[in-house]
Structures are given as C-alpha cells and as structure tokens.
Design a protein around this ligand. Structure first.
Ligand code: F6R
Length: 657
C-alpha cells in the first residue's frame, strides 16, 4: 500500500507532466515504486518537507505527546533545518516536545570535533530552536570499541521507549547508502558499527582535508531501524544523485542500493529536485509515461534519445523506429519520420560553430551567435581560478584568437584547495628571491617563519591563519594570470573578485551577501560585455559554483534595464563534473586535436591543482582528464547522431534573462 502524503505542497511533478490542455486524460504509466515528488529546486522542496515536520510537531503538541524525529546530517537536510529555524522564529513553532535520534556518527569521533555530527546538529538546528538539551540523541563516537554493541542496543531501546520514530529524515549517498548503511547492508540490519565504503570516505574527505584523515568507520542506525519509522522522507539534490535515485525508485530492491529498501515501506516519500530526478523515466523519456506537449525541445529530446538508443544516425531513423519505441504520437503529429529527422538534424547542425563570438560578415540567421558587433567584449566568469580553462578553454582561446576583447572574472580565491606545503614553498621562494636580489624584507622572513611554524603543528582541518590563506590565494592568482598570458589576453583583463562569501577558510561557505552581488554588478557595468559566460554547473560538490551563478543571475536581473544589457547574451557552460544534455545544447564549439592539446597545456598552468588535489572527492581523475573525456564525449554524441565528427567539443546553453 502506498499512502500519498497530504502535507507536501506544489511539487512541479508528481508523476504526470506536460499534460496537453483540453486533451482527454490518459492514465499515466508509472515506473516508480516509491512516491516521488520533484521540485524545481532544493529550497522549494525543503520548505515543503519542513512544513510537514512542523505540522507533525504541532499535531503531537495538540495531543500532548512527544514528537520523535529521526534526523540526518550531510548537505541535503541543511535547507530543511534552516526552514525549521525560520518557522520557529517567525511562526513560533516550539520544539519543546521534540525528541530526536540522529542516524549516525563517525567512529571514533569527539563530539566537539569540527566534523562531528554533534557539532553539525547544534550548528544547523539545535542551537537555534528551543529543544531541551536532553531531548536529542546522537550515536556516541567516543564509546570504547568493546562497548559499541551495547551502546547500539541501548540506542534502539531508547527509540523504542518513545514508541518508535514518528518521522525519519534521510539523505542518500552516491552509492545508495541511507544512514551509513553501505551497499551490502541487509534489510534486517540494526544499529551497529559499519566500515565505510571507499566512495563515502572520498566524499567525506572534503570535510576532513584528506582521505588519510577521514575515519574508516561509523556507528549507524540499521536498515531495519530506519524502516521501522512510521514515515520516511528521503531528500536528494543535484544531478550527481540522479543515477542512484533512478535505481532506488525504479530498480529492483537490492542490497547494492540500500535506498531501494524503501520500496518496502508503506509510507516513504522521496523529495528531490529536478536535477536529481533527471534520470527518472518520467523526466528522461516522459513520452513513455504520459502524453506530452511536443514542443521543439521535447522533439529534440525524443529524437536524439531515439537515435542514441538505437545506435542509428538521426537521418536514418524510420517511421518504424518511431512507432516501435514509444514515439508514435510524435509521428502522428508530423506525418513522417523524414520531416522530423531533417528538422532536428538541422537544429543540431546550427548549434555547431567555430565562431563563438559570432562570425563577421556571415549570414547569422542560423548561427548561435550574432555576427555584429564583429569585435565583442566578452566576460568569462570563472568560479574558481581554473574553471575558465577547464570548462571552456577551447572557446576562451578562440575568442581571444578571433580578436574579441576577452575579460575573465575569477570569482573566488580558491585558496582552500592549495596544499600546505605549496604555501610554504612559495613563502620560502619570496625569502630566497629577496635574498638573491638584495631586497631587505624582514616582514617577508617573518611571514615565512610564522607560516612554517603554524603549518608544522596544524591540526586536522584547523583553519589556516589569514596570512597562509592569502599566500594560498596568491598561488592560485598567479596560476590564473599564467593561463591568461598563455591564451594571449592582457593580464589587466583578469579581474580577481575575491567574493567575500568564499572567505571562511573552510569548505562550508557563507551565504551570498549584498557585497558579493555588488562586486559582480560593478564588473559587468565596467566591462559592458556583449557576451557573458558563466558556470551553470550545479553539480559542484562544494556548492561554490551554485553561489557564484546565483550572484551573476541576481546581478544581471538588477542590471537588465540598462542600455548596454540589451546587447548582452549570457552563455552557460558546465564545470568539470557534468555536461549539458545533448538536446539542451545551443552552442557547440568544436576543437581539433591540436586545440585539445593546447587546452591541456593551459590547464597545466594550474600546478597547485595537479597530481592529486586537496579536495579530490570521488573522482580520481585530474581536471585535464575530466575535461578532455567530457569534451570528447560531447563530440562523440554529435558524431553518433550523424553530424560531423570532431575531436572534442565544448557546449553552452543560452540563458535568456
Ligand atoms: C548523514 C547520513 C548519510 C547522508 C548521505 C548524503 O547522516 O546518514 O547517509 O545523508 O551521505 O549526504 P549529502 O546529503 O551530504 O549528499
């Protein structure tokens, strides 16, 4: 039995989408085995989840009962906690009757450590609401190893003593883990000590500074303990979660994807954003689920999908191919495959250009960019100091070579991604440099000595001193300047914005402030660009790209009434993690083998990010490898669709503001 919740309002999609107005409603086919609500973004989704929790707390208050919540840590629930705090402050929601049990804690772990879940929960929720101190429970990472089993039994008994969990909030690991029930965990598993999966440790190493410093174990509530909750809501944001969400929601129940066990729960709900939903059948191939509106984008999506799935170039698709593969509806509207094929083929053809700034003296009717003005001012926003070259190095080079006035705005200093010994090496270099050239600078020597002393005794994830952070930022600044020289633009056109939200010295960043938006606005006003390039990559694991994009979007919105903005087009590129879907691409800039090699050399200028980086995450490839593989894959898609075969391609989507 599946119970639909009543509290979660206004998801953009609950299983039926793009229904044709006025058409008879056909029963939609669902491939989903867990109720799933999809929201435009994590904020909207979190508001709905927080509302359900708040309603439950109030309902229990009304009945004079405690409200027993199972809580999760990680990045996903933060927005839910922030909304609960808002409801507490602005709507007077009290947490005095709330009792909480957290899913897990690293082992071993001191409660006041930077990475402990005790600290996390206090910072994200408990310190901001009126929950009584004895009412929250978090597995104890300091229990002696021979006492862990007893501790786990007592933890479950304590949950039972409250009559079980009324509500369990979950995130999901990239490998499908819930709590720290890694793949292989059994459906009847209880609270226990668990060895962490390599991918989990790699993702967590972002917080611990390195894999070596990341714990190998955690205490986690078991799958059975989670399934015993009366209600379970799982959150997932971002496209990195899309494959595992598809497996959990549409696949079979398997220990290889522990979140799939939720298919057996009578009252579970997945609340996810569009990006995390992107692999679900209703999003990927909506025509297989329900009637759709065959607008241009949908046609492109269906035809490219058909072509790639059948391994047939677009121009070779037949009526039969359409009919046999669930796209007969489109055929019925168009008449024959031949017309649709040519139409989509031409659209794709028109996205390809070797002239990203527009081709002078050419008919631009079917080109992605305008021919005029022939010489454009282009402003590339690069969230970190190397995103420009990694994500759009080929296009950057072409813009410079084709005579446009190219500026790059490096939005953040990127200082946290520089290794300690690099900082020391550079400080030492300055001292030696001064010495060699007879420059008397006791201050440089002091800075070097202080930095050396600090770094010698620096504890795990201890924040760097301001001076060490500045040194690290300067290293990345030097690398970015070096890339600009390599591409051939004046170094004066490199603008280092040092956006304040980034400067926390930690992985966790501050929210976007007015000051951040102003910095971006000022530069746009100064350059008055005809083209803005921005990172539309929302899958960045640190979240920095998203904040950088938010700042640009807000700045553009505020400036759009200005005259110069009428001539300004905004192109979005993707960062190192993912590429646009083929049907979304509006400009594809091809690269020859030589251009690919040149881009690689440009990326090599970022030496501090080579040969293993501080925040490597789950992808062990270096940035140049990720970029090349991705750009080759995009070219490969065009090739398989039957268009010209290029070595590599960079792809862009236009944001029409
Ligand atoms: C956290 C937990 C984990 C996380 C999961 C997703 O208490 O139990 O299962 O929910 O690793 O983490 P984020 O939300 O950071 O992607």
């Amino acid at each position: 039995m599946i119970t639909e919740p009543s509290h979660l309002d206004n998801p953009i999609s609950e299983g039926l989408n793009n229904r044709v107005a006025g058409e008879p409603v056909q029963a939609a086919i669902t491939y989903e085995k867990i109720p799933t609500h999809i929201y435009a973004d994590a904020k909207d989704a979190s508001r709905a989840v927080a509302r359900e929790i708040a309603d439950l707390i109030r309902e229990k208050q009304g009945a004079g009962k405690p409200c027993v919540l199972g809580l999760a840590t990680g990045s996903s629930p933060k927005t839910v906690y922030a909304e609960l705090i808002r409801i507490h402050r602005e709507e007077g929601l009290s947490f005095r009757n709330v009792v909480t049990f957290n899913l897990d804690e690293y082992y071993p772990m001191e409660p006041d450590s930077l990475q402990s879940y005790v600290r996390f929960m206090k910072e994200q929720l408990f310190d901001h609401v009126d929950i009584p101190e004895g009412n929250y429970n978090i597995p104890d990472g300091t229990v002696r190893v021979d006492k862990v089993a007893d501790f786990c039994r007592a933890y479950e008994a304590r949950i039972e003593s409250y009559g079980g969990l009324d509500f369990q909030l979950l995130g999901i690991g990239g490998n499908g883990h819930i709590g720290f029930n890694e793949p292989g965990s059994l459906i009847n598993s209880h609270t226990r000590l668990m060895m962490l999966d390599h991918s989990t440790r790699a993702a967590a190493s972002m917080d611990f500074g390195s894999l070596a410093r990341t714990p190998r174990k955690a205490i986690t509530m078991g799958v059975a303990s989670i399934l015993a909750a009366k209600r379970v809501v799982l959150l997932a944001w971002g496209e990195r979660k899309a494959p595992v969400i598809r497996g959990a929601v549409e696949g079979t129940v398997t220990e290889h994807n522990p979140a799939s066990y939720l298919q057996t729960h009578p009252n579970a709900l997945f609340v996810i954003d569009e990006a995390a939903a992107s692999e679900l059948t209703r999003m990927k191939t909506p025509w297989l689920v329900d009637q759709v509106v065959w607008d241009n984008k949908m046609i492109k999506k269906a035809v490219t999908h058909l072509s790639l799935t059948l391994g047939k170039p677009i121009l070779k698709l037949t009526d039969r191919d359409y009919n046999d593969n669930g796209v007969s509806d489109l055929l019925a509207q168009y008449g024959q495959a031949y017309d649709i094929n040519i139409d989509v083929f031409n659209q794709l053809q028109h996205t390809i250009t070797g002239w990203p700034g527009g081709k002078p003296n050419a008919d631009d009717t079917n080109r992605p960019e305008r021919a005029l003005p022939a010489q454009k001012r282009c402003l590339i926003f690069s969230p970190h100091p190397d995103d420009d070259i990694i994500s759009m190095g080929g296009t950057f080079q072409r813009l410079a070579d084709q005579g446009h006035e190219v500026h790059v705005a490096y939005q953040t200093s990127g200082n946290i991604a520089v290794a300690d010994d690099e900082a020391l090496r550079f400080a030492d270099y300055v001292v030696d440099f001064n010495d060699k050239f007879g420059i008397d600078s006791p201050e440089a020597t002091r800075i070097f000595r202080d930095a050396a002393a600090f770094l010698r005794t620096k504890k795990d994830s201890e924040m760097d001193t301001d001076e060490v952070r500045y040194i690290k930022g300067l290293i990345r600044k030097g690398e970015a300047k070096s890339t600009c020289r390599f591409v051939g633009i004046p170094v004066d056109n490199a603008h280092f914005l040092n956006m304040p939200f980034y400067e926390t010295g930690k992985v966790e960043k501050k929210p976007l402030s007015e000051e951040d938006i102003k910095v971006v606005m000022n530069l746009i006003e100064e350059v008055k660009p005809h083209q803005i390039y921005a990172a539309g990559d929302l899958a960045d694991p640190h979240g920095t790209h998203k904040v950088c994009l938010d700042a640009i979007i807000e700045a553009v919105r505020r400036l759009k009434h200005k005259n110069f903005m009428k001539d300004c087009w905004v192109w979005l590129y993707r960062g190192a993690w993912a590429e646009w879907d083929i049907h979304e691409i509006e400009m594809a800039v091809p690269m020859s083998p030589d251009q690919v090699m040149r881009k690689r050399l440009g990326i090599f200028k970022h030496q501090s990010q080579k040969d293993g980086v501080v925040y490597q995450g789950t992808d062990s490839r270096e940035f140049w490898q990720r970029a090349e593989e991705r750009n080759r894959a995009t070219a490969g898609l065009y090739d398989r669709l039957g268009l010209a075969e290029y070595e590599a391609m960079e792809a862009f989507v236009r944001w029409k503001f």
